[in-house]
Unconditional design. Structure first.
Length: 382
């Protein structure tokens, strides 16, 4: 089980093998981020042979404003589980051993989560119906699409805008996720405002002017700093502080959602015309019985030409469709291994018949052999 480092004003959760020597690194990461995030302050990655910290340690656990939780991951599925109550699935698209982390602060009815990912990830899921969920990018370098629209560093990502969302994130991805539960806010005025926002219809992407986006980034950074540095104090004072931080964040997010950028290019954030085709492909990849094993099979199933498939994936995801099919199938195998299936059974179920070639493809994608994944999760189950 991951250790919880109980420090004045901070709680960290890290894998046991990393030990207490990571305390300084975690403190440095959070402190430096509050001062201004940049590449040089990323915490060192966890040991790939050690299971990631268990996200269930955070689920349903109330975090006070003076508490920050930090968790490091080497498995995208476990990274996704840190979003409490969400129906969320992560699929790793780019190759290599994954390293991700999450830093969490809860402010009464508002939860801030800084997510750091270092691989191209297809995120698909749904936000609980009673919540507002948006994200402000700190770093977003490379092709990114939110529900088919091209997103950027100055785009407000509204995950709660659709019953189901798809976010194709690049390999340089650091977002501050802001999750608001209207019923849990401290005052009636805030609850009314949040409920009105939840009832409105928003686009998945809302363009912001650069200075507005920068101001919002600074505000969220300062809010994290205020929460993290807060020492244990009287309950009444704590509630006053939480209410102040809730108001600060809620009204800033409300302004960003409802006041459009004067020169915003609405066309730039609309879904590409090929997004529906990519979604149709993705639907067929979710079940082994319908999953195409080749581009030829895919094109016959959808009634399209190879040229159309090639152009659609290049235009939408900047990716070869063959590489995309292979990546998704390999992710399915990894999920099966996590559930205890044998390597041979999982591989053949998803159409990998040449096991030595499969093992090499798997290692290229995830940075380890499938047998290593199977052993690690078998050990967890014991």
């Amino acid at each position: 089980m991951p250790k919880v480092l109980r420090l004045p004003a901070f709680h960290y959760r890290i894998s046991a093998s990393e030990g207490f020597h990571r305390e300084k690194a975690c403190r440095g990461f959070l402190t430096a981020w509050c001062s201004g995030y940049n590449e040089s302050i990323r915490p060192p990655p966890p040991d790939p042979m050690t299971p990631s910290a268990d996200p269930s340690d955070f689920s349903g656990t109330p975090l006070f404003a003076r508490t920050v939780a930090f968790c490091a991951f080497t498995d995208v599925e476990e990274q996704a589980r840190i979003f409490d109550g969400w129906d969320l699935n992560y699929t790793q698209i780019s190759g290599g051993l994954f390293h991700g982390s999450s830093s969490i602060v809860s402010l009464g009815g508002i939860r801030l989560l800084v997510e750091d990912l270092d691989k191209v990830i297809l995120q698909q899921g749904a936000v609980p119906a009673d919540r507002i969920a948006v994200a402000v990018p700190l770093e977003l370098e490379g092709l990114a699409r939110m529900c088919g629209g091209k997103s950027g560093r100055d785009s407000l990502h509204v995950f709660s805008s659709q019953p189901v969302f798809e976010f194709y994130s690049p390999d340089r991805h650091v977002l501050v996720n802001v999750e608001i539960e209207p019923d849990k806010l401290s005052t009636e005025a805030m609850r009314t405002l949040a409920a009105s926002l939840r009832a409105r219809t928003f686009a998945p992407l809302i363009p912001m002017e650069t200075h507005v986006a920068d101001r919002l980034r600074v505000l969220l950074r300062n809010t994290m700093a205020a929460a993290a540095k807060c020492a244990p104090i009287e309950d009444v004072t704590t509630q006053d502080r939480i209410e102040l931080l809730e108001r600060t964040v809620l009204y800033a997010i409300s302004e960003a959602m409802t006041v459009p950028a004067p020169d915003a290019d609405a066309l730039a954030t609309r879904p590409t015309k090929y997004w529906s085709l990519v979604n149709a492909v993705q639907e067929r990849l979710q079940d082994a019985s319908t999953c195409p094993l080749s581009i030829a099979e895919l094109c016959v199933q959808l009634g399209i030409s190879r040229r159309t498939a090639q152009y659609a994936f290049n235009d939408t995801l900047n990716l070869n469709p063959i590489a995309y099919l292979r990546a998704v199938r390999l992710n399915h195998v990894r999920r099966a291994l996590r559930l205890g299936e044998s390597v041979t059974s999982a591989a053949t179920q998803w159409g990998f018949w040449h096991l030595s070639s499969f093992a090499q493809d798997y290692r290229t994608m995830f940075g380890e052999l499938p047998s290593a994944t199977a052993r690690r999760y078998a050990h967890r189950g014991n």
